[in-house]
Design a protein around this ligand. Structure first.
Ligand code: FRU
Length: 424
């Protein structure tokens, strides 16, 4: 891992680089970094909706938190359309794959609750129709602020544009369930600036989303991670020695990898409430390696900063590849330098026989990793698939120094609380 003095010269820290040499070490199907096969006969949480990105309620230190004994998760959610003529094929059958692939355009934030950390009960939409300023409510983080049940939901307001926003509400519990009240006034926080983070004007395929606020365990200040791309016109990025890293002879050709420019962004709050933010240079860049480092998040363990982010096979650059899954990096201080976990960065990937079985992995501080089921093959050749849109089995993982190990598998959507808050 190298740093990049050229672009971020006069800034407080140098982004760490995920290099092409690091990515050449990625090995799909290593059992210690591969998610167990998901069976095609998985249960579906709810047949009326697709769910994908799952966001457990947590505190600012990252602890998954229940309230009055109720676990709560938020999910990106979209209606299923089994009877909509738009989603029927020539034979009049429901084309679930097309419906599933269209879901991003109508993503809304929903919540679910449970007494057992699984078998989630449907709560409903977090914001009423018309509250959120854009068509799409994309991923973010619900933060339980205090024992009055106040919740700040940070999320991404997309189309038009992509703005990191927050909305405040309250979680209310009874013996019978949980409801969300408030969530009526959405506050825009910031957008890509074009100097550190790529804008839509610089690249129509830009990414700027997935806020993950946290309190730094060392300096106590409020920060936020997010997904971005490195600023600059599409095609203008340089994949030089630093981005290539120490590759063997014959691996110097970078092809068209200048189009892949993912980064993990960071911002610092200027106030205690997190209403006023300043963007800082990225913590990590993947120029010439990968175009998406989505849903970045931390686990703070053993005095170290474990940075996790999800990525895809299709977003890798020419000459490097890896499975869909979660990748990780570790540093001794917040601003790095970050070193790829397991040498390559790969932490938990899909098996090559089921490359799309799961996605949007979220590593919790107890080592449990939740994700959703995308699609699982139902025949030998992989031409027939079953679409998921539901919670995947949770994976247990051990994090030791610069390595991680898959050690357990749990029930579908198992997200147990790490602490319980009794509401006043
Ligand atoms: C990850 C993701 C997020 C985004 C959402 C859009 O699965 O791509 O980065 O917020 O899904 O549906």
């Amino acid at each position: 891992m190298k740093t990049n003095p050229e672009k971020f010269g006069a800034t407080p820290h140098q982004p760490s680089l995920w290099t092409r040499a690091d990515a050449l070490k990625v090995r799909a199907d290593d059992p210690t970094t591969t998610q167990p096969l998901v069976r095609a006969d998985f249960p579906v949480l709810n047949n009326d909706v697709f769910i994908w990105d799952t966001m457990p309620l947590r505190d600012l230190d990252g602890n998954v938190t229940s309230v009055d004994g109720w676990s709560v998760i938020f999910t990106l959610t979209a209606d299923r359309h089994p009877n909509d003529p738009q989603y029927l094929d020539e034979d009049g059958n429901y084309d679930i794959l097309r419906d599933w692939n269209d879901r991003h355009g109508r993503a809304k934030m929903y919540y679910w609750f449970s007494r057992t950390g699984k078998n989630w009960e449907f709560g409903g939409r977090v914001m009423a129709e018309g509250v959120s300023p854009t068509a799409r409510e994309w991923a973010g983080t619900p933060i339980l602020l205090n024992d009055r049940g106040e919740v700040d939901l940070y999320y991404t307001a997309v189309t038009p544009g992509a703005t990191i926003v927050k909305v405040r509400g309250r979680v209310v519990t009874t013996e019978h369930g949980v409801s969300m009240v408030g969530f009526e006034k959405v506050k825009p926080l910031f957008e890509a600036d074009g100097n550190m983070y790529q804008t839509e004007a610089q690249n129509a395929f830009w990414g700027f989303r997935d806020p993950w606020p946290f309190r730094d365990p060392k300096d106590g200040k409020l920060y936020m991670l997010f997904e971005g791309n490195v600023a600059g016109e599409r095609g203008s990025h340089k994949v030089g020695e630093a981005e290539i890293g120490d590759v063997p002879p014959g691996y110097e050709d970078v092809g068209n990898s200048r189009f892949q420019t993912a980064c993990v962004g960071i911002a610092v709050a200027r106030d205690a409430d997190g209403d006023d933010w300043e963007m800082l240079p990225p913590l990590l860049t993947a120029v010439g390696v990968n175009d998406q480092t989505e849903r970045p998040h931390f686990v703070f363990q053993d005095g170290k900063y474990y940075l996790f982010t999800i990525s895809h096979t299709f977003t890798y650059a020419d000459g490097v590849t890896g499975p869909d899954g979660v990748y990780g990096f570790v540093a001794d201080s917040l601003f790095g330098p970050y070193v790829p976990l397991n040498g390559s960065g790969l932490v938990l990937g899909n098996p090559s026989s089921q490359p799309f079985q799961t996605y949007s992995h979220y590593v919790m501080p107890n080592g449990l990793v939740t994700s959703f089921i995308d699609s699982v093959p139902t025949d030998e050749t992989g031409t027939q698939i079953r679409v998921g849109g539901t919670e995947a089995p949770t994976v247990g993982m051990k994090i030791k120094g610069q390595q991680t190990f898959v050690v357990a598998e749990y029930d579908y959507g198992y997200i147990p609380p790490m602490l319980d808050v009794t509401l006043k």
